[in-house]
Design a protein. Structure first.
Length: 233
């Protein structure tokens, strides 16, 4: 029976950027088990570890602060959790921080609202980037169509972008970098690539780093209603 939930934050760096989400899950399960912590498992014939990730990171992306909710059958002090788990990780997939969350807290994946991204665009000049970002932000809407296997996805790309800015260059040779905040809800998850295509056409993005995810803040009153089953929003 779950008695404690911890929200852990971790980074994903260059050497592991191409390992899959499933491999990342297995990595953290092994790290927690090797640390000797009382990880909770689901019931049934094939128990699964109670690890929940907020918006699985696309293959090839880097990340500074990914989010993972972990359930435990017994309580553990946060400092002990940090120390024991950090000792089982590798430098390119490290534990960054951790906090205890109430058992009633909505799962991270369901609560994510926005994602902050840093995107390099090596083949776009700074002047052009400033111009195109200004044009994009001036739009009221932009219908966008994506091909996904055997179906199309049509949505308003402009609504999915909360903010968009060109970072000032550190040197003349430094590639253009954009910082953008994109929709990250379970039913409206948008990646940076469509934004880059909308801005520059066939210019490809370079390194893409998800810097953090932003979550809804549930008020105590709303949390109480959810626990009683009287709120389904």
């Amino acid at each position: 029976m779950t008695t404690q939930r911890i929200r852990a934050y971790f980074a994903k760096r260059e050497r592991v950027r191409y390992i899959s989400h499933l491999d990342v899950l297995r990595y953290w399960e092994r790290a927690i088990r090797r640390a000797g912590l009382p990880l909770s498992y689901s019931q049934g014939f094939t128990p699964h570890p109670k690890l929940q990730f907020a918006g699985p990171l696309p293959l090839g992306y880097l990340a500074e602060r990914e989010v993972m909710d972990i359930s435990f059958d017994e309580r553990i002090e946060l400092d002990e959790f940090r120390l024991r788990v950090a000792g089982q990780t590798v430098p390119d997939l490290p534990l960054i921080d951790a906090e205890e969350i109430p058992l009633s807290t909505p799962p991270a994946q369901a609560a994510a609202l926005w994602g902050d991204y840093l995107v390099e665009v090596p083949d776009a000049g700074h002047e052009r980037a400033e111009l195109e970002c200004g044009r994009f932000l001036a739009l009221e809407s932009l219908e966008w169509t994506e091909e996904r296997r055997d179906r199309q996805r049509v949505y308003d790309l402009r609504v999915a972008v909360a903010s968009l800015a060109v970072l000032p260059p550190g040197t003349e040779d430094e590639p253009v970098s954009l910082r953008m905040r994109l929709s990250a809800t379970p039913d409206f998850m948008v990646r940076p690539e469509p934004v880059i295509t909308a801005l520059f056409g066939d210019v490809a993005a370079g390194n893409i780093t998800r810097e953090r995810l932003l979550f809804e803040r549930v008020s105590p009153a709303l949390d109480a209603w959810r626990r009683k089953g009287r709120f389904d929003g």
